[in-house]
Write a protein that binds this ligand. Structure first.
Ligand code: F6P
Length: 548
C-alpha cells in the first residue's frame, strides 16, 4: 500500500483545507437550509447528525476519496473475509463473526468459525440460565446473588460498561461487581460486600497470564476457601473465560468451568464473545442476543453502504479531517445518559489501544498524527467541569454528544432538562457568541461602557467547534450493540487510512516487562538492577519505607 502522504487524495484534501480552514459553520448553516437533513443518517435505532462539523459537500467528497484511495473498501472486505489483517500477530480480527446473527459461514483458513461460536453461545446460555433461575446453587444450596468479574482492559471495560448501561434490564437478584485493579483496595471492597455461599467469581483473561487478574483471582480464591472452609466448592463458585485452556487448568479452575474464545478476538473487541458472560448472566440470553443483533445490524451497514452513506466511515473521516488537517489531537466522548457513565473509558481503550501507533503495519514511520487522545465524562457533569476549555480554550477538540430519546428513570422533568442541555451545548459549540451579540447583552444589562469594554473579551465565544450528535431511540441492548460496533468500525477505518495495525498493542509490553524486574527488586528477590538514578533511588526509598 502506498504511503498515505503520497496519495493524490491526501494532497487534494490538504489543498482544499488551505482554502477553507477558517470557514464558519454559522455561515454554512445560513447558506444551506437543508444542511441538517442532508448531514444526518440513521442506522437501526441510531441517528447521527454530523451537520455541526466544519465541512461542506466538497470536503466530504475529498475525505471519501481519501478513504477510497487508502483502500478502506478492500480492508473492510478483508476483515469480514477472515484475512489475517492483524499482521504482527498473524491473526484475523473476526469479532464480526461473534455477532453474525445471520449465521452465514465465516471462513478462517477455509474453516467456518460459526459452529464453534454458536456452541460457546449455547454453553453460556445454559450456564446463565441455570444461575439466573436458581438451578446453579452455591455450596450451601443458596442461589447466586453476587457476581464478581475479575479481569482488566478488554476483559473488564466492555462487560462493565454494558452491565452498567443496561442495568434496567438486569436480573433483580444479581448484583454485579467488577474488579480490575491490582490495588487490593478494589477487591477488598468487593469481598466486603459479598458472601462466599452466594457469590460467583468470573475470572476473565484472554491470555490468562495477566498479573493483575491472576493476583486478584488467587486472592479471591484464598478468601473463598478460608471463609467457606470448602476447597472442593471452588468448582461451583469460580468459572473462567479465556483462550488459554492450559493456563486455566494450571490455575486450578476445572476446564469444564471454562468458556472459551479464540485468538482472532482482540481483547478490546471481545465483549461479544464469552468475555460477555457476565453480561449474559446479568441480562439473560435474549438481551445478550439483542446486543449481538444490534452490532450485526451495524456490521451489515458498514459492510454494504457506500462510503458517503456509511456511518462508521463518516465518523472516521471527520476525525481524520480534524486530526490530520486542523491538528486537533483530542476527542471527547460525552454521553448525556448516566447509564453510559463508563462509555468514555470503554472507547478510550478501544481507540487509543487500537490506533495509538507511530509505525505503519509495514513497520515504516507513519509520519502523520494518529489516534486522538480520547477523554470524557457524562456530558452534564462535563459541563460543570471541562466544557469551559471546549468552549473558550485554545484546543480544537471535537466532541461526540450521545443521548437516548427515551429515558427509563421515570422521574418527571429530568430527561427534558438533559436533552435541552445537550442541544444547547451543540448549538453553543457551533454558533458561539459574536462580539456584537455579547456587547448587546452587556449593554442591555445596563453596564457602563468601561465595564462593557472590560468584560467583552471574556464574554465572546469563538464558536465553530465541531460536534457529532448521536441519538438512540432508547438505550436498549440492540441499540447499544449498534453504538459499540459503530465505534469499533470507525476506529478500524481510521487505522486503515493511517496504515496502522489497529489490532495489536505492543505498546503495553515494555512497562509489563520492567515491572517484573522491579517487583523482584522491591521484594528483595533480585539484586538491584540497572536503572536510571531516579528509578533506583525510588526503589531504595520504597524498600526502606516498607522495611525491605
Ligand atoms: O493492556 C493490554 C491488554 O492485553 C489488553 O489489550 C487486554 O484487554 C488486557 O491487557 C487484558 O488482557 P487479558 O484478557 O489477556 O488478561
Amino acid at each position: 500500500m502506498a504511503h498515505l502522504t503520497t496519495l493524490p487524495a491526501w494532497h487534494a484534501l490538504h489543498a482544499h483545507f488551505d482554502a477553507v480552514r477558517d470557514r464558519q459553520m454559522r455561515e454554512l448553516f445560513e447558506q444551506d437550509p437543508s444542511r441538517a437533513e442532508r448531514y444526518s443518517l440513521s442506522v437501526g435505532g441510531l441517528l447521527l447528525d454530523y451537520s455541526k462539523n466544519r465541512v461542506d459537500d466538497e470536503t466530504l467528497r475529498r475525505l471519501f476519496a481519501l478513504a477510497d484511495e487508502a483502500g478502506v473498501p478492500a480492508r473492510i472486505a478483508a476483515m469480514f473475509a477472515g484475512e489475517r489483517i492483524n499482521r504482527t500477530e498473524g491473526r484475523a480480527a473476526l469479532h464480526v463473526a461473534l455477532r453474525n446473527r445471520a449465521n452465514t459461514p465465516v471462513l478462517l483458513d477455509g474453516v467456518d468459525v460459526m459452529p464453534a461460536v454458536n456452541a460457546v453461545l449455547g454453553r453460556m446460555a445454559r450456564f446463565s440460565h441455570a444461575v439466573r433461575y436458581g438451578d446453579w446453587l452455591g455450596y450451601t444450596g443458596q442461589p447466586i446473588t453476587d457476581i464478581v468479574n475479575i479481569g482488566i482492559g478488554g476483559s473488564d471495560l466492555g462487560p462493565q460498561m454494558v452491565c452498567k448501561a443496561l442495568a434496567p434490564f438486569g436480573h433483580p437478584r444479581l448484583r454485579m461487581h467488577f474488579v480490575s485493579n491490582v490495588d487490593g483496595e478494589q477487591l477488598r471492597q468487593a469481598l466486603d460486600r459479598v458472601h462466599p455461599q452466594s457469590t460467583l467469581f468470573v475470572v476473565e483473561s484472554k491470555t490468562f497470564t495477566t498479573q493483575e487478574t491472576l493476583t486478584n483471582a488467587l486472592t479471591a480464591r484464598a478468601w473463598f476457601v478460608e471463609r467457606s472452609g470448602e476447597p472442593a466448592a471452588v468448582a461451583r463458585h469460580f468459572v473462567a473465560v479465556s483462550t488459554n485452556r492450559q493456563a486455566v487448568a494450571e490455575f486450578g479452575i476445572d476446564p469444564d468451568n471454562m468458556f472459551e474464545f479464540w485468538d482472532w478476538v482482540g481483547g478490546r473487541f471481545s465483549l461479544w464473545s464469552a468475555i460477555g458472560l457476565p453480561i449474559m448472566l446479568y441480562l439473560g440470553e435474549a438481551h445478550f442476543l439483542a446486543l449481538l443483533e444490534g452490532a450485526h445490524r451495524m456490521d451489515e451497514h458498514f459492510r454494504h453502504a457506500p462510503l458517503e452513506a456509511n456511518m462508521p466511515v463518516i465518523l472516521a473521516m471527520l476525525g481524520v479531517w480534524y486530526i490530520n488537517c486542523y491538528g486537533g489531537g483530542s476527542h471527547v466522548i460525552a454521553p448525556y445518559d448516566q447509564l453510559l457513565e463508563r462509555f468514555p473509558a470503554f472507547i478510550q481503550q478501544l481507540d487509543m489501544e487500537s490506533n495509538g501507533k507511530s509505525v505503519t503495519a509495514d513497520g515504516a514511520p507513519v509520519g502523520v498524527e494518529t489516534a486522538p487522545i480520547i477523554w470524557g465524562e457524562t456530558g452534564i457533569n462535563g459541563q460543570h467541569a471541562f466544557f469551559q476549555l471546549l468552549h473558550q480554550g485554545t484546543h480544537i477538540s471535537p466532541i461526540d454528544l450521545i443521548a437516548s430519546l427515551r429515558t427509563r428513570s421515570g422521574l418527571a422533568g429530568h430527561h427534558d432538562i438533559l436533552l435541552a442541555n445537550l442541544l444547547a451545548q451543540a448549538e453553543a459549540f457551533m454558533r458561539g457568541k459574536t462580539e456584537a451579540e455579547a456587547r448587546a447583552e452587556l449593554v442591555a444589562q445596563g453596564l457602563d461602557e468601561a465595564r462593557v469594554a472590560a468584560l467583552l473579551p471574556h464574554k465572546v465565544f469563538g464558536g465553530n467547534r465541531p460536534s457529532n450528535l448521536l441519538l438512540l431511540d432508547a438505550l436498549t441492548p440492540h441499540n447499544l450493540g449498534s453504538l459499540v460496533a459503530l465505534y469499533e468500525h470507525k476506529i478500524f477505518v481510521q487505522g486503515v487510512v493511517w496504515g496502522v495495525n489497529s489490532f495489536d498493542q505492543w505498546g503495553v509490553e515494555l512497562g509489563k516487562q520492567l515491572a517484573r524486574g522491579i517487583l523482584a527488586e522491591l521484594r528483595g528477590e533480585a539484586p538491584p538492577g540497572t536503572h536510571d538514578s531516579s528509578t533506583a533511588r525510588l526503589i531504595r526509598l520504597i524498600r526502606r519505607v516498607r522495611g525491605g
